[in-house]
Design a protein around this ligand. Structure first.
Ligand code: ATP
Ligand code: MG
Length: 493
């Protein structure tokens, strides 16, 4: 009661949004200064902005696309932000749908692409209310769904380089946070207090490393220190968002580099602690330096190379590589049923990371099928064909081959060769109709075909003693790889 009365009289300490921002008035960079032109932007995104503007809704391009173009990189997508609410957007466009539970955004549909339009959001109350911040034990954001002004929207974003707005009307960049200078100086910096930001959303630490590695940005000192100090907060991050972020990382085909960055920032030992316990090189201040010498580091490097640009990639192969050491060691040290040993090895890490049950089952099948690759009897053609028709076969084969390369296991490499070569002889009929390596393969078959020849790169370290032999074998393996791939496609028809 007394506390309540005191609170009534006590003046709340207020921090304004302006204090979080470097340029609260929105510094404009006009086209005389930068080189981003409307002609470089997605036409449909520009049409959306133009139409929203006509209906009186202030709208800009925002985020990754502006950052990437300023760094002379091709943006992955063009995101639009506006003062219009989702319902107002819906009134302006026919071809759209409102999505999202936590925060509603609008997807505007065009032929073969979707443009995301979101409403300016506000920042959490504790950012501008010191007292609330001190009172709150937990500032982890459960929802992030209050609409706000452009200024608030800039302040609630993760990094300065991600908070630039582009106004196509006069081709200017609006910068509230100093992101333009940071891009020019190649610096990755959290907006506002990095410790608060990481406590609100620990996934941002993973994003910080990913973005800095991919774009060659240096993590600013306070941001780096806050990653170290708050690394344990990662245990509180939403597992589904973490998996989403990992899946995006795998698709950069630079996962080895990014995981090295995680090791360098003491995050690998937290995020994959079950793996890190197996080898001291994953931990501590030298973890980044030694990462490429670790099992995971070696496996990921080969996987990135082999899978480059493969759109139909499944994430399973990367999880198999990441958990490889855990499973292999358990198999070596325990006796009993193989499936049971694999399941018990995977159980702790899969349940902690909340890997979906279907994915876990797939991982078990991939590990359990490994000894099958050593049975290379031509006479068992029909059984070999059945094995080859399994939906996990290609991932299992890749794992077998990548592992053989890392371990420089000649016998296993020969077996891998058998499965590649014998794949040239195609079975006359698909064995399991509707069996799909994954759905995306059949959907994108035309694009996929043109890519296959280049996607499966030759192994890098077979027969290290004999260079000539290595080249020959590499060539043959390359051809065999694409043949095998075609065979698998046949099954999916
Ligand atoms: P890319 O799409 O190339 O991976 P991106 O920066 O566009 O990079 P998205 O996940 O598409 O990444 O996010 C779009 C924008 O939303 C970001 O640029 C950033 O401004 C903001 N954002 C994304 N995630 C967060 C987060 N966890 N906290 C605060 N802001 C975020
Ligand atoms: Mg994006």
């Amino acid at each position: 009661m007394i506390k309540f009365i005191m609170n009534l009289f006590q003046k709340k300490k207020q921090v304004t949004v302006d204090e979080i921002l470097k340029h609260p008035d929105g510094k404009r960079y006009y086209k005389e200064i930068h080189n981003l032109r409307k002609s470089m932007m997605d036409e449909d995104a520009l049409k959306i902005i133009h139409r929203l503007n006509r209906f009186g809704h202030k709208s800009y391009l925002v985020g990754g696309c502006i950052r990437d173009m300023l760094l002379d990189r091709k943006p992955k997508d063009f995101d639009v932000v506006t003062t219009a609410t989702p319902n107002q957007i819906k009134n302006v466009f026919n071809n759209c749908r409102i999505i999202g539970k936590r925060f509603k955004i609008v997807h505007i549909l065009f032929k073969g692409k979707v443009i995301e339009v979101s409403t300016f959001r506000s920042l959490p109350e504790h950012r501008t209310n010191q007292e609330l911040l001190e009172e709150k034990k937990e500032i982890l954001l459960k929802r992030d769904n209050k609409y706000g002004t452009p200024i608030e929207d800039a302040a609630r974003r993760d990094f300065t380089v991600n908070a630039l707005y582009y106004d196509p009307r006069n081709e200017s960049i609006i910068d509230y946070v100093g992101g333009y200078e940071d891009i020019k100086n190649r610096i990755l910096r959290v907006i506002g207090d990095p410790s608060i930001s990481f406590k609100e959303d620990p996934v941002r630490m993973l994003r910080a490393v990913k973005i800095s590695v991919l774009l060659g940005l240096t993590i600013e000192k306070k941001t780096k220190e806050a990653i170290y100090q708050n690394r344990a907060e990662l245990a509180k991050a939403s597992p589904s968002r973490m998996l989403e972020e990992y899946n995006k990382i795998f698709r950069t085909w630079e996962s080895a580099k990014i995981f090295k960055g995680l090791a360098e920032n003491y995050l690998f030992e937290i995020l994959f602690k079950e793996v890190a316990e197996l080898d001291k090189n994953y931990k501590g201040q030298n973890a980044g330096k030694y990462f490429y010498e670790t099992k995971v580091g070696k496996l990921l490097q080969i996987a990135d190379r082999k899978l480059k640009e493969r759109e139909e990639l499944t994430s399973s192969i990367f999880y198999v590589l990441l958990f490889s050491d855990i499973v292999e060691r358990k198999i070596k040290s325990e006796s009993g049923k193989l499936i049971q040993i694999i399941k018990s090895a995977l159980e702790p890490i899969c349940s902690r990371m909340e890997i979906p049950r279907r994915e876990k089952t797939r991982l078990v099948k991939i590990y359990a099928s490994q000894p099958r690759f050593l049975k290379t009897n031509e006479k068992n053609k029909s059984q070999n064909d059945i094995f080859r028709s399994k939906d996990y076969f290609y991932d299992a084969f890749l794992y077998f081959k990548i592992l053989a390369e890392v371990e420089q296991n000649e016998a296993a490499l020969q077996s891998a060769f058998f499965w590649e070569i014998s794949a040239r002889i195609r079975p006359s009929k698909p064995l399991h109709k509707g069996n799909s390596l994954n759905a995306k393969i059949s959907k994108n078959s035309s694009r996929k075909k043109s890519k296959h020849k280049e996607v499966l790169n030759p192994p890098s370290n077979t027969n290290p003693k004999n260079k000539e032999e290595k080249i020959d074998q590499t060539k043959i393996q390359d051809i065999a790889d694409s043949n095998l791939r075609n065979t698998i496609e046949e099954f999916d028809v």
